[in-house]
Design a protein around this ligand. Structure first.
Ligand code: HEM
Length: 162
């Protein structure tokens, strides 16, 4: 009897390519890198050390690089809209990404000056940028309803220490 292995594997592979919603987008990949670097920086800023400043700045460099890459991507949700609505959404998305990038620059400046309270407050600002960005531009997992809070698994910048 002929082996069913090859046709089954081929079929599964093709069905994965045919289901875009199951694939992580390039934007998802950049977002994950942003999330990882934010989480690490949040942990570091609980007990910051002047001697580790370069490491903190390297993390903000990663966040900024990935934010700049993200700005040039089109959110999956926008791709589902008619052209006029899509253009409006992409414009709004790029404007909000510019604000996010400006906030990352402020964070880097605070870290350079070892202003730890400011840096923690700016991590919160990045968290707010994330919440607003996801509410507006991120497609809901099960469909088009995207009016939801970010997934619990997202890295959430911690509240600033008082
Ligand atoms: C600290 C800031 C942020 C973090 C930690 C973060 C994290 C994430 C994560 C973990 C995902 C899902 C990745 C996956 O499921 O594989 C995601 C997706 C997404 N995020 Fe963010 N994000 C941040 C900021 C932003 C901002 C500022 C915007 C928009 C202005 C944004 C827009 C999106 C969009 C549109 C998606 C869905 C990807 C797609 O449509 O292809 N995010 N983000």
């Amino acid at each position: 009897m002929k082996s069913l292995f090859l046709p089954v594997v081929l079929g599964l592979t093709l069905s994965l390519f045919a289901a875009p919603s199951l694939r992580a987008t390039e934007l998802d990949k950049s977002m994950k890198l942003i999330g990882g670097a934010c989480k690490e920086l949040m942990d570091d800023l609980k007990q910051p050390k002047e001697s580790d400043k370069d490491k903190y700045l390297a993390l903000t460099t990663t966040i900024k690089e990935q934010a700049k890459i993200s700005r040039e991507r089109t959110p999956k949700l926008a791709q589902t809209l008619p052209a006029d609505q899509r253009d409006a959404m992409v414009q709004g998305y790029q404007k909000d990404m510019d604000k996010f990038i400006a906030d990352i620059d402020s964070l880097s400046a605070a870290l350079k000056d070892a202003k730890w309270d400011d840096a923690r407050a700016l991590m919160n600002t990045l968290g707010q940028d994330m919440t607003a960005g996801h509410k507006q531009y991120r497609a809901h997992k099960g469909g088009k309803d995207h009016d939801h809070a970010p997934a619990a698994t997202d890295a959430q910048p911690a509240p600033a220490a008082q």
